[in-house]
Design a protein around this ligand. Sequence first.
Ligand code: LHQ
Length: 262
Amino acid sequence: MAYESILFEQAEGVATVTLNRPDKLNAFTAAMHRELAVALDRIARDRTVRAVLLTGAGRGFCSGQDLADPEFPSGADADLGAPLDALYNPLVRRLRALDRPVVCAVNGVAAGAGANIALACDIVLAARSAKFIQAFCRIGLVPDSGGTVTLTRLAGEARAKGMALLGEPITADQALAWGLIWQVVEDADLPAAAGALAARLAAAPTRALALTKRAIHAAATTDMDAQLDLERDLQREAGQGTDYREGLAAFLEKRPPVFTGR
Ligand code: LHQ
């Protein structure tokens, strides 16, 4: 498939997906969603991809739904649940379910669903000048794309409500202080920092990371007892992996491990 709204690159185990409508701050159109679905399905099938990097072209990361997209429901009887069912919810589910780590490099403003798609990724880096805006209330809508879950879990109810009810931008540093993201770097350093992180993850024991991602997701809706059992099961699975044998051998032989992701 020839992509028009995104860029897709693959090198040395890292697939880089760049939202590419810079003149509209990479607002989501239905067409962009279709391309993202194709790209993420391709990544899911391709075991040579061991880490994903999601970022935006130009000065913004993503301004959420393109409110002028002709395919966006409009008119008095518009069903705004339909694009969530058809486009946004599958995107969040694809990102969350992917058994490879997803790094998000928030290069500029992340608004509406743009902010919440970033928060659905596994490790979020932001440029110092980036801002996160729960813009939904500004136009009479509610946060979507999993934002009511991620924001509340990561930042707590007081800050989630403050962001969602006021719709004010928060800075990257504030997002870091609130536990919404992993790291803030200077704007000029973001591409290199995000690339290095993705490369590091692509050389990591991929299968163990996938099981870890699964365990951490499960932790949000479980109790200690059930989670202890899950950890046992996942550890059993990790222990069957080639990467565990390599990691152990490398430790005992006092050399760096060479993981293959299996
Ligand atoms: C845009 C957009 C945009 C179109 C900037 N659309 N053109 C999904 C489906 C179902 C239900 C509803 O919910 C959703 C999810 C959602 O995401 S709803 C929330 C949608 N997003 C927003 O409400 C944010 C709208 N954008 C803004 O508030 C501002 O653009 C921000 C604060 C992001 C950035 O402000 P500035 O840095 O001042 O940039 P700008 O406003 O000048 O934008 C640059 C251009 O991008 C401009 O176009 P123009 O042709 O005038 O240069 C904007 O119109 C366009 N643009 N966001 N979402």
